[in-house]
Design a protein. Structure first.
Length: 394
């Protein structure tokens, strides 16, 4: 029987942060993960450069059935605290846009930093170690693992959500929560591309696969995000689409303003006066790629010289470009989702300590909880903050 003060299950962002922060307090920490490598999602995040936090992190950037839950942890371990650690380790980084901070080199710089902190603090990290069973004891918890039985005073569940199962994601954390009497709110894929099946629109998406449109305004259910969109062979993706997907429900329409920086009615009227012989698809080719302009003209409009359009026709063209409404067939699901919406009900967890209100000594951190951030480093900041918060009490 291995005996330790703290067991952390899950060597991802939240688990690593919790493990070395607790060990730095003098706690004996055993960090377990069933995978063959720690921090796999860290390594693939941000296109391999890890968007590790956001300068503008605040509670409004997070979704939860209990919207006040994240406030305490985010206030006690801020983006500036993590940036200080990054700087102390000499990891070069830059702001890409909208406060998103990325590594200059690669995501392994962040993972290496976290593993170095674990080593310096004396964390016992054991990979390829699955947990088969967990029981409550008089003085803590007993685990049956692939490496034998383990007993601990405090148990931290940092196993993440269901997104990207190829990296080892599973519902283990939710099973543990239910086992100890917790409610788990319905889960679904978040920050995920949309799929399109309507034949005409699907053919256009396929033809434009790989084409990005800068600075679009995408809206759904009262939420709007202004960023790029990307056509794929399955439908639509890109930052603005991923953001709004977290607010979308099956059957909902989304609305896309392809050119929010322009007053399109006025601009088209000006162009008709200044360049009356210019064809519509030629004009659109100056705003989008030529291929996209041609397909828009083919699918949505009859392309002809601007002087041949009436004022009403130009208004209708402007409205179509500024308020393109479509109903996605669905999403690509957990296979490509960046996060999982829903999870362990935070009304049954202390917002200060991350400790279960159902089973003393049991803690939940990171994505396994019903807290999900917007795109752009917010989910990492929640991992750092919640992991740090629990570490002060385990």
């Amino acid at each position: 029987m291995v005996r330790t003060d703290v067991v952390v299950i899950g060597a991802g962002a939240a688990g690593l942060m919790c493990a070395f922060s607790a060990a730095a307090r003098g706690r004996q920490v055993l960090l377990l993960d069933h995978a063959n490598k720690a921090g796999k999602k860290i390594l693939m995040s941000g296109g391999g450069r890890c968007n590790f936090t956001n300068l503008y992190t605040e509670p409004a950037n997070f979704l939860s059935g209990n919207p006040h839950f994240c406030k305490s942890a985010l206030a006690r371990y801020t983006q500036w605290d993590f940036i200080e650690m990054v700087s102390r380790h000499g990891v070069p980084y830059h702001e890409k846009k909208l406060g998103q901070l990325f590594c200059d080199n690669k995501a392994s710089d962040i993972l290496g930093m976290l593993l170095e902190e674990c080593e310096q603090a004396g964390v016992d990290l054991r990979l390829e170690t699955a947990v088969q069973d967990i029981d409550k004891t008089d003085d803590g918890y007993q685990l049956r693992t692939g490496a034998g039985p383990v007993a601990c005073q405090s148990l931290v569940i940092a196993t993440g959500g269901l997104s990207i199962p190829t990296l080892g994601a599973s519902g283990f954390g939710y099973q543990v929560a239910r086992h100890f009497g917790h409610s788990v709110l319905p889960t679904r894929a978040g920050l995920v591309p949309f799929t399109i099946t309507e034949p005409q629109l699907k053919s256009m998406c396929e033809a434009l696969s790989g084409t990005s449109v800068d600075d679009c305004l995408v809206s759904c259910n009262g939420q709007s995000f202004r960023e790029n969109i990307l056509f794929t062979h399955r439908g639509l993706s890109g930052p603005a689409i991923l953001q709004v997907s977290s607010y979308w429900e099956p059957g909902d329409a989304i609305e896309i303003n392809l050119l929010p920086q322009l007053n399109l009615s006025e601009w088209l009227d000006e162009q008709r006066q200044e360049r009356p012989n210019t064809e519509l698809k030629t004009l659109l080719g100056e705003l989008f790629t030529r291929k996209m302009a041609g397909l828009l003209a083919e699918h949505w409009f009859v392309s002809k010289p601007l002087k041949q359009y009436s004022a009403n026709e130009l208004t209708m063209i402007a409205e179509r470009l500024a308020s393109w409404r479509l109903v996605p067939a669905g999403t690509e699901g957990y296979r490509t989702a960046e996060v999982t919406l829903g999870g362990v009900d935070t009304r049954e967890v202390s917002s200060k300590t991350m400790e279960s209100q159902k089973s003393p000594g049991l803690y939940f951190v990171g994505e396994v909880l019903d807290v999900t951030g917007h795109l752009g480093g917010f989910n990492f900041q929640w991992a750092w903050a919640s992991g740090y918060a629990a570490a002060q009490f385990v």
